[in-house]
Design a protein around this ligand. Structure first.
Ligand code: NAP
Length: 307
């Protein structure tokens, strides 16, 4: 029940109307007995600074950040956590003590969580990351955190791929870390040796929106498979395919993977776990009702019935 004492938490992005975050966060807040309400707040890039200042003045308890602000917001925060600096992107804001926002990143923890739950030794693994956009940053930071032996990022534009790799290589240099993560390299999606790289991989992560349900029901975007069907024959038997997309559930790529007997993970658990990690930071509660968040998100997806 919303009262005169109810505090605000929420999501800033554009678009946000299809987000599952309000459903799962409000279910958790209810289970935790917190008199807070989580809203999806649409915000254009030109309004971002003003909106953040206003929400801080309104004593907003915390914010999630999504497309298209995850990277630009790094320049607006009063402080960045070391992880947000490494990733170069922020998905969570925590109020500081002087009227500003501390930026951090829980996408990394969200991404890692389903892999850690698999009782598999990942350190000697070779991973392929399809795409080099915003979410690929959290994925690569997560893979480095897991000390994955070799990471290969697949891009379609040379300059973007180079900038992406430069960001991570500079982060390692700045950190002056003795504990050097495994190798990180890039490959363009039209290079001849990509197929061979993919066949050797233990873990392949799709961070592109290929296969995602779109509102325009006349297109068949949700039937598309990253790199096309022929790339996914003759992988190693125990290869894991991890698709950050979760609408539809499973995506066409994961359906194909399941048919061929590969281990498959979709992006819903990442969404739930990053949300739970954000809520933990805002509330300082030790126990976040992750199961409540998961069942609220799953129920909402079933109701939406994405095809
Ligand atoms: P983004 O920053 O726009 O990056 C998308 C990447 O995919 C870019 O490298 C882009 O290449 C590439 N790409 C797009 N269309 C492509 C195509 N047809 N063929 C080849 N490459 C293509 O987006 P994002 O924020 O990383 O999000 C990507 C997807 O992950 C979205 O579907 C999003 O919903 C999902 N996601 C899920 C979670 C979760 O919690 N499960 C979290 C974050 C994101 P160019 O740069 O060349 O355009």
């Amino acid at each position: 029940m919303i009262s005169g004492k109810t505090a605000l938490v929420g999501l800033i992005g554009q678009p946000v109307q299809h987000s599952l975050s309000p459903v799962m966060h409000n279910a958790a807040l209810k289970a935790m007995g917190l008199d807070w309400c989580y809203l999806a707040l649409p915000c254009e890039s030109s309004e971002l600074t003003k909106v953040l200042q206003s929400l801080r003045a309104l004593k907003c308890k915390g914010l999630n950040i999504t497309i298209p602000h995850k990277q630009t917001i790094t320049g607006i925060c009063s402080q960045l956590s070391p992880l947000a600096k490494k990733v170069g992107a922020v998905n969570t804001l925590i109020p500081d003590k002087i009227g500003g926002w501390i930026g951090t990143n829980t996408d990394v923890a969200g991404f890692i969580a389903p892999l850690m739950g698999r009782n598999q030794e990942w350190r000697k693994s070779k991973a392929i990351v399809l795409g080099c956009g915003g979410s690929a940053r959290a994925v690569v930071a997560g893979l480095q955190d897991m000390k994955i032996f070799q990471i290969t990022v697949v891009g379609r534009k040379e300059e973007k791929l180079r900038n992406f790799l430069d960001h991570f290589n500079n982060a390692i240099l700045k950190n002056n870390s003795i504990d050097t993560p495994g190798s990180l390299k890039g490959i363009l999606e039209n290079e001849d040796n990509l197929l061979e790289e993919i066949k050797k991989a233990d873990l392949i992560i799709n961070t592109t929106p290929i296969g995602m349900h779109r509102d325009n029901k006349n297109n068949d975007a949700h039937n598309q498979i990253p790199l096309g069907v022929n790339f996914w024959n003759n992988l190693k038997t125990n290869t894991t395919l991890y698709d950050l997309v979760y609408t539809p559930r499973p995506t066409a790529w994961l359906q194909l993977g399941q048919k061929k007997g590969y281990n498959c993970i979709d992006g819903l658990e990442m969404l739930i776990q990053q949300g739970a990690a954000s809520l933990k930071l805002w509330s300082n509660y030790n126990e976040i009702p992750v199961n409540v968040m998961r069942s609220a998100a799953e129920k909402s997806l079933l109701f939406k019935n994405y095809k």
